[in-house]
Ligand binder design. Sequence first.
Ligand code: ADP
Ligand code: MG
Length: 634
Amino acid sequence: MSVETQKETLGFQTEVKQLLHLMIHSLYSNKEIFLRELISNASDAVDKLRFEALAKPELLEGGAELKIRVSFDKDAKTVTLEDNGIGMSREDAVTHLGTIAKSGTADFMKHLSGDQKKDSHLIGQFGVGFYSAFIVADKVDVFSRRAGLAASEGVHWSSKGEGEFEISTVEKADRGTRIVLHLKSAEDEFADGWRLRNIIKKYSDHIALPIELPKEVAAVEGEEQPAVEWETVNRASALWTRPRTEVKDEEYQEFYKHVAHDFENPLSWSHNKVEGKLEYTSLLYVPTRAPFDLYQREAPKGLKLYVQRVFVMDQAESFLPLYLRFIKGVVDSNDLSLNVSREILQKDPIIDSMKSALTKRVLDMLEKLAKNEPEQYKGFWKNFGQVMKEGPAEDFANKEKIAGLLRFASTQGDDGEQVVGLADYLARAKEGQDKIYYLTGETYAQVKNSPHLEVFRKKGIEVLLLTDRIDEWLMSYLNDFDGKSFVDVARGDLDLGNLDSEEDKKAAEEVAKSKEGLVERLKTALGDSVAEVRVSHRLTDSPAILAIGEQDLGLQMRQILEASGQKVPDSKPIFEFNPAHPLIEKLDNEQSDERFGDLSHILFDQAALAAGDSLKDPAAYVRRLNKLLVELSV
Ligand code: ADP
Ligand code: MG
């Protein structure tokens, strides 16, 4: 054993401690995955070395074949993994094996309930990684040296997976990382060649570099143990270079876990080889579940980029638009140069055309999923629907395609689930209906009972109910779908077009005429609070309603702008009343101007409340209402 110097004991970051605890307790029925995680890391480390060596060939230090070796010692109860990848410096080991760098981790950890069953589900959202070693080991030793550093600058990291780890500087002749797992006494089954071989075949066959195990050689009595011979146990070729028909689903799934650092199987994937003017292969995956940091600005996103089979960078963001940031996978190009940088990627016209082709691939894959696996698509929508809604604003060219993938709640459902696609909506539209009707609001409960829906209910017309925070913003980017325009039922002068019969229209006109006097009186009474007063054709049950001006901001947009500290342009609602309602009849007959004024203000305020808005002067509302109640009771 070499000399250890500069020994230090350091504490794990709090989040690491929490993760360790969670991992050890929730993954134990799946403990063999530790090997997959450590091999995945070793493979990443080799990828990084290969890439850095393009610019600095001396990093290869003589250029032994790049590989991973897994060995074991039955007596000592250890399993050892060794790679000749990029390795770690002392600082690397302290940060990479002592902290979690993902932004939002602390917030995420706050969601842990302490209930192991529930929490074990959360681990999937987080990923497992290096610390999974502690599922089977009660002590882990890592010996590493970063490529390019002197042999004297090796590092020894050691921990029992409790609160702290030890770190010291050691001599390490070979570049790369050796990890020694001291197995818990109940887990010594892993110190076994047959077991290890099976696990590697099962989870890591797709790893592109050789994973070697010592060849089992029967000992011959009286003879000296022969030198260890190594044999490759995995297929050791890049999975995406193989023809689609030869890759099994399980292989695609395991490869996904490696690329995406995910714990669960993907929902769907699309593997394509493009030949012609541009040549590249892509393997794109839709995850089953959203990562915890989907909405973190800093969260990793993008594809793994290879150039002619050589890994070039992680998180290459230029190949997909932001609203598809949840897609994982690899793209391997024959056209790019090996020393391509992020800056170059941003400007290269080759990337632009790859980006639009890959975007289309993803949208096609999602369309297929929606069509063939509607239940799975529901799950997809729950996880990623909000992000997809960013699409129409970002990706003008694919607006129609994205719109077809959107799902909404509607008056046809009764639980607010977002399951209605625009194509479904149009397929069951009323005869003569040439519009797509929708209503936005704060909550499903509120829009579901909105007076704006009364006439639609009466006529049996479906209305989409949009209550996500970004819905109004989304709709400002969608004008039509399949040639039918969108109509916000709370906006402007509702025109039901062919859905109203000629008689209906005529009757409405006559009523409007007969109420001109009331309209004028209301205008005077409500004064500045309204932009306009008119007879409504939206209502069957409620006395009055507030409509938004054709060009005005809706409530959601106003609230978003206000919350972000922006000045919101003043806009006044349109007051519409239901001439058939008894309260309106009463109002029309009211002789006292004072009572007329009070009652109209009350109706106005109630309409605002029903729309989910807050009152400008709640005290005045209460005063007026109480005044009427007192008069009523005498
Ligand atoms: P992830 O692989 O998702 O980054 P892990 O927990 O699996 O997370 O690994 C943490 C980090 O530790 C890696 O990102 C890498 O920087 C470092 N690391 C782990 N194993 C190795 C290795 N064999 N060689 C070099 N670095 C490694
Ligand atoms: Mg990892």
